[in-house]
Design a protein around this ligand. Structure first.
Ligand code: SF4
Length: 499
């Protein structure tokens, strides 16, 4: 087995698929010195209120900011300006995504991994965690629970990097999940969009996954800072190759997967640097492919079983700075989806969502096979990557969002109608995507309330639906009739109707 693993590792990285995206001087597009200089210059120059307000205006026009502009925002001290930035962040979110929040669940399908990342409970040397992968029957069982009992329509499936969970396994599990159909109170349920968080792959592997129907392909750089990357990812591992990872979204776009998700693990290096890294990554994709990331994620480092690195890290991001980071990312890349996960506790999530968040998870379990398993927390912790901060049910989260004035959208239509990549970016930037999304959000929320909501949640959800329908009637009269047709069919039990 060891020999096979080694042979498999040796065939993973394709230098020719890296070098075509690396400059002639051999450098990748993240220039650490340049980033540090820009941050230093902005800090030295201090805050110019007029300049900050100009930057906010540019962002409100749904334009990606420049590195110089983001460096300036990173060093704003004035509380009054922060208030203006937070208000603008919420305004941008409403402009592009209205009052919709998308929910999803994470689903770990394999936690065997050949890598040894210092901060990860699943690293190969951590013998306190049980490594394994799910069979296709187990995968279907997890999907049945998520789609049937909880009511999710959208998943992020997570795989360790291992020959047992290679691209073929990923393809098989995607097909298995999409095949699951379950009876619900009034209709039928199923998972309609499966996003994938997995290791960087070759163009050939990604083409195969695109044919199977992958949603967003998500790979986080973890840290953009080269030396820190080397420190936490041993050089004799696959993940030790910074350049293979930093070019994986290029390969994804080349393979035709045009919804890509980037992210950084906050707590490995300076949070301001990571924001600049995310921005440079965005600018690189925009300049080479004409479109930026579909989503940006910013998980914070969390405690994990037998992983002392996480407790000792001196780069941990405090809540106040995390709040600032979210606001700056929202302003820096105004069109992108922003994902806040259940790593954060419920109270903090409540405070951060209005700052521009578009997606969040609920009912989350991250142990292998954990949705179909009522084992104790202690045992589950031996099968998971880190410890979650918010374990509330989807019903509770949907109810709270409704109380805050948000409609939970279970819409997955954009991807299935080909509104992805450049098309979705143009629609988002112009505000036109909102029209489809509004109609689909109401239809899918109707489905969910009828099929899964508790009485308590239904009570809060109905007024939200009525308000949305009234807005469609008055603001989108040309769409109202066909919308109402689908809405009534949905009330009668028809499922998966979309625009
Ligand atoms: Fe493996 Fe990912 Fe954990 Fe690194 S972070 S050890 S690649 S599962």
């Amino acid at each position: 087995m060891n020999v096979n693993v080694k042979e498999w590792i040796d065939t993973r990285i394709h230098e020719d698929q890296i070098s075509k995206y690396i400059g002639s001087n051999g450098d990748d597009f993240i220039n650490d010195t340049l980033i540090e200089e820009k941050l230093e210059t902005a800090k030295r120059n201090g805050t110019n209120k007029q300049r900050v307000r100009e930057i906010i205006q540019k962002s409100l026009g749904i334009n990606t900011l420049s590195p110089e502009e983001v460096a300036i925002l990173c060093h704003v001290e004035d509380p009054e300006l922060w208030k203006e930035m937070e208000t603008a962040a919420g305004e941008i979110k409403r402009k592009v995504y209205d009052n919709r929040i998308v929910t999803f669940a994470p689903l770990y399908l394999s936690n065997a991994c050949v890598n040894n990342c210092a901060y990860c409970g699943l690293r190969t040397d951590n013998k306190d965690v049980n490594h394994g992968i799910l069979s296709l029957d187990q995968v279907k069982r997890e999907a049945e629970i998520l789609a049937g009992s909880i009511g999710h329509k959208r998943l992020i499936v997570v795989y360790g990097e291992h020959p047992l969970s290679d691209s073929q396994y990923i393809a098989d599990t995607l097909r298995a999940i999409y095949s699951v159909k379950v009876k619900t109170r009034k209709g039928e349920g199923g998972i309609r969009r499966v996003n994938v968080n997995a290791a960087p792959m070759s163009v050939e592997d990604l083409r195969m996954l695109n044919e199977v129907g992958i949603g967003t392909y998500q790979v986080f750089q973890e840290t953009y800072h080269h030396q820190t990357y080397r420190n936490v990812h041993p050089q004799n591992t696959l993940k030790g190759n910074y350049r293979w990872r930093i070019t994986c979204m290029h390969r994804s776009l080349e393979a035709g997967i045009d919804d890509v998700g980037i992210g950084a693990l906050f707590g490995l290096y300076d949070w301001r640097f990571e924001i600049m890294g995310l921005l440079y990554h965005t600018i690189e994709l925009e300049s080479k492919f004409g479109l930026g990331p579909h989503t940006i994620s910013f998980p914070r480092i969390e405690p994990a079983e037998n992983t002392p690195f996480n407790d000792k890290s001196n780069k941990k991001v405090k809540d106040d700075d995390f709040r600032k980071a979210i606001v700056i990312i929202r302003l820096a890349v105004p069109y992108t989806g922003m994902i806040l996960t259940a790593r954060e506790n419920a109270k903090l999530r409540r405070e951060l969502i209005p700052l521009g968040i578009t997606q969040t998870d609920a009912s989350s379990k991250i142990g292998l096979g954990a949705y179909n398993d009522a084992e104790s927390i202690e045992q589950v912790s031996k099968r998971q990557q880190f410890i979650l901060g918010d374990t509330r049910s989807l019903d509770e989260v949907v109810r709270e969002l409704a109380q805050m004035g948000y409609i939970t959208s279970f819409c997955t239509a954009g991807y299935r109608c080909g509104r992805t990549g450049q098309c979705i970016m143009d629609l988002l930037k112009s505000g036109a995507e909102g029209k489809f999304c509004k109609l689909n959000a109401v239809i899918t929320f109707r489905e969910w309330l009828d099929d899964f909501a508790s009485d308590e949640t239904r009570l809060v959800g109905e007024p939200i639906i009525m308000k949305e329908i009234e807005e469609i009637r008055t603001k989108m009269p040309q769409a109202y009739e066909s919308f109402m047709e689908n809405y009534k069919k949905t009330v009668d039990g028809q499922r998966d109707l979309y625009f």
